[in-house]
Design a binder for this molecule. Structure first.
Ligand code: MG
Length: 256
């Protein structure tokens, strides 16, 4: 299933998106917590405003240097042990929402990533069981103020600004995450072209690792790292992150 969160003017609702990504069938309730039922209402995707498909209830967990070629382009080694950081849930925005560059930074980079949406409360999950706690997958842009990442040492500010965590366009619940094409486009030009098969630590390992530090809650989001090809994005540009089997997340960049 492809589960989108959207609005047609009133309160946000959820819907099931068809395989072509063109139509959306409204459902009652929140699929993360409740049994859903079709309301009978359907819309064209182009007629609704898609929202972030999930609002992380407690946290977005990120992993750094999880693709060897990206680690190399940053001048380092891949993370032998997963390199974990936290992003506040207030950084999350949805498809089409602007990424707002704050005045504190003059060097902001896109990072196209596969995002995992946790489906159930869990702790100390072993890798063999980790796929079972996953609700689904979506696309993410782990927007990073590269200058502040370097100067702060800690990554909290560099990755945690409001609007720095676009998610969407929807959550795909039926997906094998082990070898998905991942493409990022800047102004329509391909700048990252990778495969999740090249992760140093795979999805199950990352979920397990995170769960051994933090209790995971339904709706928590885990960013799995970015392939090579990161680079600057500036106001006026548009960034798209496309993950095979999910769809395309597209966001404009603006400056305050
Ligand atoms: Mg990243």
């Amino acid at each position: 299933m492809r589960i989108a969160r959207f609005t047609i003017g009133d309160d946000p609702v959820y819907g099931l998106v068809d395989g072509a990504g063109e139509k959306i069938a409204e459902v009652t309730g929140d699929p993360l917590y409740q049994r859903i039922e079709l309301t009978g209402a359907t819309h064209l995707v182009e007629d609704v405003r898609l929202l972030a498909p999930v609002i992380p209830r407690s946290k977005v967990i990120g992993f750094g240097r999880n693709y060897a070629e990206h680690a190399a382009e940053m001048g380092g080694e891949p993370a032998e042990e997963p390199l974990m950081f936290l992003i506040p849930n207030t950084a999350v925005v949805g498809p089409g929402d602007p990424v707002v560059l704050p005045p504190q930074t003059s060097e902001v980079s896109y990072e196209g990533e596969l995002a995992v949406v946790v489906g159930r409360l869990c702790k100390d999950v072993e890798p063999d069981d980790a796929l079972g706690v996953i609700f689904g997958y979506t696309c993410a842009n782990d927007v990073t103020a590269r200058d502040l990442q370097r100067s702060d040492g800690q990554w909290g500010r560099a990755k945690g600004f409001d609007t720095f965590c676009p998610l969407g366009p929807w959550v795909e619940t039926d997906l094998d995450p082990s070898a998905l094409g991942l493409v990022t486009r800047l102004e329509g030009e391909v700048v990252q072209d990778g495969s999740t098969a090249d992760m140093v630590h795979g999805v199950a390992a990352l979920v397990s690792y995170a769960s051994k530090a933090f209790t995971l809650l339904p709706g928590d989001v885990i960013l799995t790292g970015t392939p090579a090809g990161v680079g600057a994005m500036v106001a006026g540009q548009r960034v798209e992150v496309e993950v095979e089997g999910i769809g395309t997340l597209s966001n404009p960049v603006v400056r305050h």
